[in-house]
Design a binder for this molecule. Structure first.
Ligand code: PRP
Ligand code: URA
Length: 209
């Protein structure tokens, strides 16, 4: 059964207030997105498999668990998804990284693909697709279409802020994937921006305002 989870935590709420604030500068914004990625990613990786290992402590042998060395790939949707990559790699330092370049046309709101590169072993791969914003859902749906075309089945989408319209669209197009978010906002405005949102995530992460 796929999951749709809003990760509730006071520290997440605190960082969300920082990224929403238009006075937050690029350095603080980037750091807050990174921290949010760790916190939301922590919950999104809760079902990773572990295996038993024996460990010698300074006092005795004991039974512990370690992560199974699974084939995990993190897939940021460029550009803004790159802002979440460092945080996700802190959780999963051995993960591979695929890249999908998508840019939303400001008039039609449809995404245009300009880059796609995924590492191999598609059959067994477990993917975490990351993008801070799930607005109309067009970019997430297209990215996951492309990933599925490769034969990849195990897909989790992680975002920071989602709009109800985007969640509905993604759920309808890909009912089998898990969706994790830091918060679910109110609505999209006529320009396809999430309200209250944070403005343009890519511009705020990369200082291209
Ligand atoms: C933003 C965001 C998502 C997309 C969400 O990227 O990072 O990828 O918009 O909108 P959607 O759900 O309506 O598709 P944008 O296309 O602005 O590109 P950027 O990351 O390069 O700024
Ligand atoms: N992309 C963004 O960066 N922000 C929004 O509010 C919607 C799409």
């Amino acid at each position: 059964m796929s999951k749709i989870v809003i990760v509730e935590h006071p520290i997440i709420k605190d960082y969300l207030s920082k990224i929403r604030n238009k006075e937050t500068n690029t350095k603080e914004f980037r750091n807050a997105v990174k921290q949010l990625s760790v916190l939301i990613g922590y919950e999104a990786t809760r079902n990773l498999k572990t295996q038993n290992i024996k460990v010698q402590t300074p006092l005795c042998m004991t039974q512990c668990e370690e992560l199974v060395n699974e084939d995990i790939t993190i897939v940021p949707i460029l550009r803004a998804g790159l802002g979440m990559l460092e945080g996700m790699l802190e959780l999963l330092p051995s993960a591979r990284v695929g890249h999908i370049g998508l840019e939303r046309n400001e008039e039609t709101l449809k995404p245009r693909e300009y880059y796609f590169k995924m590492p191999g072993n598609y059959e067994t791969m477990q993917t975490f697709v990351i993008d801070p914003m799930l607005a109309t859902g067009g970019s997430a749906v297209d990215a996951i279409d492309k990933i599925k075309e490769k034969g990849i089945k195990n897909i989790t989408f992680i975002c920071v802020i989602a709009a109800p319209e985007g969640v509905d669209r993604l759920k309808e197009a890909h009912p089998d994937i898990n969706i994790y978010m830091g918060t679910l906002d109110d609505h999209l405005n006529e320009k396809g921006y999430i309200v209250p949102g944070l403005g343009d995530a890519g511009d705020r992460i990369f200082g291209t305002l």
